[in-house]
Design a protein around this ligand. Structure first.
Ligand SMILES: C[S@@+](CC[C@H](N)C(=O)[O-])C[C@H]1O[C@@H](n2cnc3c(N)ncnc32)[C@H](O)[C@@H]1O
Length: 223
């Protein structure tokens, strides 16, 4: 199936952002946190973490609640998403001071160079018209030895497979979310395309694998 880019790169429409923030992403969010904690193995998650394309910041909040020595910069280019994130963060006094929201559109010139011990992202890659932007950002922002987790949807091989995923995972969702899920699956990169992107970006120390019936993850540590 040919890739079809997302109609809009940023999720800056307040109604779309609200619908996204109200959707139930508990399953993928837990998967993401499990993958990161497995990667950390016995090491504690501490230091500075950058969450690229943080949306309503659910993953940043969950990580900050679980790991009290983590300082998080949560970045998104959509002010509508960051407004929702701000509301959620302020309701969590235990971690509010450790999450800084950054409104920035990648590629960014403002992020600290080589400033982060952890660089993570969920569901951003497929929004980017040029995926190299994510890999360049990673190179610029991560410290040597930083741990990386980039998770996203993977584009199915056929329209029938795509329809099957929408039925399996969004049969009871509002139409706006079913449409967004369909668009996201069409815009997602396949695992072989992501492997090519990593090669081109000279990031072959990272590896990509399927981690669910619809998600791929890029994991590893930078040299
Ligand atoms: C599908 S949401 C994912 C949100 C969150 N990571 C999660 O897992 O729920 C993708 C987010 O990436 C943001 N985004 C897309 N392109 C971006 C760019 N070039 N720079 C910064 N943010 C971007 C969108 O505004 C949106 O909030």
């Amino acid at each position: 199936m040919q890739r079809v880019p997302e109609p809009e790169e940023l999720m800056d429409d307040p109604m779309q952002a609200q619908a996204y923030a109200e959707a139930d992403f508990d399953g993928p969010n837990h998967l993401f946190i499990d993958l990161l904690e497995c990667q950390a193995r016995k090491r504690r998650l501490q230091g500075c973490l950058l969450d690229l394309g943080c949306g309503p910041a659910d993953i940043s909040i969950a990580l900050a609640m679980r790991h009290s020595e983590l300082q998080i910069d949560a970045l998104d280019g959509a002010q509508a998403m960051l407004d929702l994130a701000r509301g959620r963060i302020s309701a969590q006094p235990r971690c509010a001071e450790r999450i800084r929201l950054v409104c920035d559109h990648l590629p960014s010139v403002g992020l600290a160079r080589h400033g982060y011990d952890w660089v993570v992202s969920n569901s951003l890659l497929h929004h980017l018209p040029d995926p190299a932007v994510l890999w360049q950002t990673l190179r610029q922002c991560a410290r040597p030895g930083a741990t990386v987790l980039i998770m996203d949807l993977a584009r199915p091989h056929s329209q029938a497979a795509l329809d099957g995923l929408v039925e399996t995972h969004a049969s009871n969702a509002p139409e706006v979310l079913r449409r967004d899920f369909r668009n996201s699956l069409h815009a997602a990169y396949r695992i072989d395309e992501v492997a090519d992107q990593l090669n081109s970006a000279d990031l072959t120390m990272l590896h990509v694998a399927m981690v669910s019936d619809r998600h791929l993850a890029v994991q590893g540590q930078l040299a």
